[in-house]
Design a protein around this ligand. Structure first.
Ligand code: NAD
Length: 447
């Protein structure tokens, strides 16, 4: 099939590359000319395991093409994916300006029956707004061209995006049109070989499904973080509680890890957007508000533990931070818990040495350049360099090379052997035996 994916970010590029990998002819379109030029030169704008290879190969073999010119792409395609960003507005609701801009651009260029697919995460009712925006342009042109708008939200996880796209748990297709349904079923057939993964539903049902899924996952995390806070007060190790409750099949082990808060481009903004949707509909979002508040608190938990140990004024102290990305496997720094932590530590006069396997380039633009120039914040070449002479190590992102580190080296490098473990990766008893003080999240010995 001939496809066009508009927006070449985490979702758009993975979608385009994976559909091309399945043999489709795909145009990837973006307004960011530098991104498109980079892609043509084989330079990926994001880090995502396995993505490089399929982008470069499919581009070379001609199935994947890149352009800033939507008209050029639409000349050959009749299934058009909208995969642009939907960041939060001031009031928390999703900003649809990019989605609606694309809809109008499509309306100005449509020449034949096409299926327009909302892949961006958008509030209930957006497909209808996209339909109206396209129709308005067709009316302005004085032409009558049939088209359908489908909701096909994306569930990939950054850090495992290619794998998730290729082997999805489910594919949600929301449409009331039989023709669009058939096109989507045909497109996704190669992803259904072992069993049927496509779930067909109404457009609005599909739009809500995406928000409900992310809000549910965020709720599990915030719930567990609240239990962790309780565990600390009652001398309980939350890791044992996690194992104990996860064994109940109704609960399960997924997504019940306590930590220093969830980040990323999706959970924070989607919970906010769902809160805004609830308020607009006159429904009090009691659970969702609590989920958000707990997460905001959780992002300050490591700083609080450091202050409890070293005092409010951290002047003259140095902290070695392992992990900057909001989670392992990605270079995405959006809403990463490392940001408020580092800002907080520097605000209290401390110096921070930090290391991340892939996110340091992105992280450099997150923090004021003066901090680097004044040597208050430095990114190191190796994870162990971040610990040299530091008062403590702080684990923020559980990248694999951090999970089983050389504790003897850690002890030797730190000024005081002390680890703040924001992801409960280490065994407190083992560290105690090694003579390293340990502070986790919700563990009996937490400060
Ligand atoms: P992103 O910011 O990485 O990429 C968006 C891209 O769209 C950018 O390259 C931007 O230049 C481009 N763009 C903006 N306006 C455009 C226009 N008018 N025409 C063409 N291109 C345009 O965003 P993302 O993380 O890929 O997210 C995209 C959508 O998918 C969001 O709604 C998000 O909530 C959703 N989503 C994201 C993830 C994820 O893990 N990142 C997962 C599922 C769903």
């Amino acid at each position: 099939m001939d496809l066009c994916v508009i927006g070449t970010g985490y979702v758009g590029l993975v979608t385009g590359a994976c559909f091309a990998e399945m043999g489709n002819e795909v145009w990837c379109v973006d307004v960011d000319a530098a991104k498109i030029e980079g892609l043509k030169a084989g330079k990926l704008p994001i880090y995502e395991p396995g993505l490089d290879e399929i982008v470069v190969r499919n581009y070379r073999e001609g199935r994947l093409r890149f352009t800033t010119d939507l008209g050029e792409a639409m000349a050959e395609c009749d299934v058009l994916f909208i995969a642009v960003g939907t960041p939060p507005l001031e009031d928390g609701s999703a900003d649809l300006q990019h989605v609606l801009t694309v809809a109008r651009d499509i309306g100005r260029r449509l020449t034949r029956y096409s299926v327009i697919v909302d892949k961006s995460t958008v509030p209930v009712g957006t497909a209808e707004r996209v339909r109206r925006a396209i129709q308005a342009e067709l009316d302005a042109r004085g032409v009558s061209i049939p088209f359908d708008v489908v909701s096909n939200p994306e569930f990939l996880k950054e850090g495992a995006a290619v794998e998730d796209f290729m082997r999805p748990d489910r594919i949600i297709v929301g449409t009331d049109s039989e023709a669009a349904r058939e096109r989507m079923a045909e497109l996704y057939a190669p992803f259904n070989r072992s069993h049927q993964r496509v779930i067909h539903m109404g457009v609005r049902d599909a739009e809500m499904t995406k928000y409900a899924a992310n809000a549910m996952l965020a709720t599990k995390i915030s719930f567990m973080n609240e239990i962790a806070a309780l565990c600390e007060r009652y001398g309980v190790d939350v890791e044992n509680v996690r194992l104990g409750i996860g064994s109940d099949q109704r609960i399960g082990y997924h997504f019940i890890y306590p930590g220093c808060g969830y980040g990323g481009s999706c959970f924070p903004k989607d919970v906010k957007a769902l809160i805004a949707m609830a308020q607009a509909a006159g429904v009090e979002p009691e659970v969702l508000t609590a989920v958000e508040e707990r997460n905001a608190k959780q992002k300050r938990v490591l700083e609080e533990k450091i202050v409890a140990r070293f005092g409010e004024d951290l002047t003259g102290r140095t902290f070695g931070v392992w992990g900057l990305a909001f989670k392992p496997g990605t270079d995405d720094m959006r809403e990463a818990p490392s940001i408020p932590l580092i800002e907080g530590l520097l605000g209290r006069g401390a110096k921070v040495l930090a290391y991340d396997p892939v996110a340091m380039d992105n992280a450099r633009s997150v923090f004021p350049s003066a901090w680097f120039e004044q040597d208050r914040l430095a990114f190191t070449r190796h994870q162990y360099d971040a610990l040299e002479g530091a008062d403590a190590m702080v684990l923020v992102t559980e990248w694999k090379p951090f999970r089983h580190p050389d504790f003897a080296a850690i002890k030797r490098l730190l000024k005081t052997p002390l680890i703040f473990d924001g992801r409960n990766q280490y065994d407190p008893q083992q560290l105690e035996r090694l003579g390293i003080a340990y502070v986790g999240i919700g563990r009996a010995n937490a400060l």
